[in-house]
Ligand binder design. Structure first.
Ligand SMILES: [Zn+2]
Length: 352
């Protein structure tokens, strides 16, 4: 399933590129700018089983993208500048914002030196439980459970099951099945309960991922000292906000901003909804973010920005630099707006 989706996306991007269709479509679909999403930036790893690989690109690829952007007509701007241009309708030049979610240590180690060399402003969205060392990176716990075992024991919808995962192919299948099922659960609490049970049963240390992979407050302080760096909020516990109560969603958004302000001395004006698809952030979350006074909030709904996004600053789309598709030509097609226009049925704004 995941493999098929990958192939469909790739062939769509290839077709748009090699047919030249993306250049013909560009005047109609390119909009005024775009926000790029990154997660991990680090050297490639040899493991065959890497189900979360779509969330990481190599330093070489990021460097190539930046060289290409710097040669283009696009301005690289901060989120504050993007906000100004949208609100004032200043669209003389197209722009790109770079955003990095979650605050992994590789942001500091690998992404930052490249971004600094290209003098590129960028934003890092921090879930405060990660530097507080209380975060649960459940998608990595799931990966570890499947990677380290020949079989996974899990209560699937109340039925005890043993899923064999000795081979790489089986591991991919079992991960996909469990991931899709976990994401389909109605509440975040239920998801966390299942992942906790898996971790205990298969002796995976949940806390270890934060320690090993995420920046500490000291590291974040060093990063935040660069005037080109914007620190954004990404909730406290990295929860899918649509899957918690309204009160909890509000607290998650508001509290993360307060914690960042008290530790780094800057109050985040920009928010990224964790996971960020339609099942994680929708009308209720957009309203709360607006009530809380954020200047902008980003989703992971795919798309470029149009002038009309000034009316829905709490539901901005982004373009992910996907680790499965690390080709410059795909980035060009994505920034042209052609691919996302087709995925979105040529609808420009989707803020429902
Ligand atoms: Zn995130």
């Amino acid at each position: 399933m995941a493999a098929m989706k990958k192939t469909i996306i790739r062939s769509g991007l290839e077709t748009l590129y090699f047919s030249g269709a993306y250049q013909m479509l560009r005047p109609f679909v390119a909009g005024v700018g775009a926000i790029l999403t990154l997660h991990h930036v680090r050297p490639p790893r040899p493991e065959l089983f890497q189900p979360n690989r779509l969330l990481e690109v190599t330093p070489e690829f990021l460097d190539k993208v930046l060289i290409d952007l710097r040669r283009s007509e696009l301005d690289l701007v901060s989120l504050d500048e993007m906000h100004r241009r949208l609100v004032e309708g200043d669209f003389q030049r197209r722009f790109v914002c770079i955003t990095i979610d979650d605050g992994y240590r590789d942001t500091l180690q690998w992404a930052y030196p490249i971004l600094r060399r290209h003098q590129a402003p960028f934003t890092v969205y921090i879930p405060t439980s990660f530097p507080d060392r209380l975060g649960e990176l459940w998608w990595l716990v799931l990966e570890a459970v499947v990677a380290r075992n020949e079989a996974v024991h899990v209560a699937l919808d109340g039925r005890d099951e043993t899923l064999r995962c000795g081979s790489v192919a089986e591991k991919r299948d079992v991960f996909d099945r469990l991931y899709v099922w976990l994401r389909s659960l109605a509440s975040e609490a239920e998801l966390r309960r299942v992942v906790h049970a898996l971790a205990v049963q298969h002796q995976v240390d949940v806390a270890a991922f934060c320690d090993e992979l995420c920046m500490s407050w000291d590291e974040l302080t060093a990063l935040a000292a660069d005037p080109r760096v914007t620190i954004g909020a990404h909730t406290v516990n990295h929860v899918m906000l649509a899957k918690v109560s309204e009160e909890q969603a509000r607290t998650e958004m508001d509290m993360s901003r307060t914690v960042i302000e008290s530790t780094l001395g800057v109050r985040p004006a920009h928010l990224s909804y964790p996971v960020g698809d339609k099942t994680s952030a929708a009308a209720r979350e957009f309203r709360i973010a607006n009530d809380l006074g954020f200047k902008t909030a980003v989703t992971t709904r795919p798309g470029v920005l149009f002038g009309s996004h000034r009316d829905c600053l709490m539901a901005l789309p982004r373009i992910s630099l996907n680790g499965e598709h690390q080709q410059l030509r795909y980035v060009r097609v994505l920034l042209s707006g052609a691919a996302t226009a087709m995925w979105n049925g040529f609808r420009r704004v989707d803020a429902a």
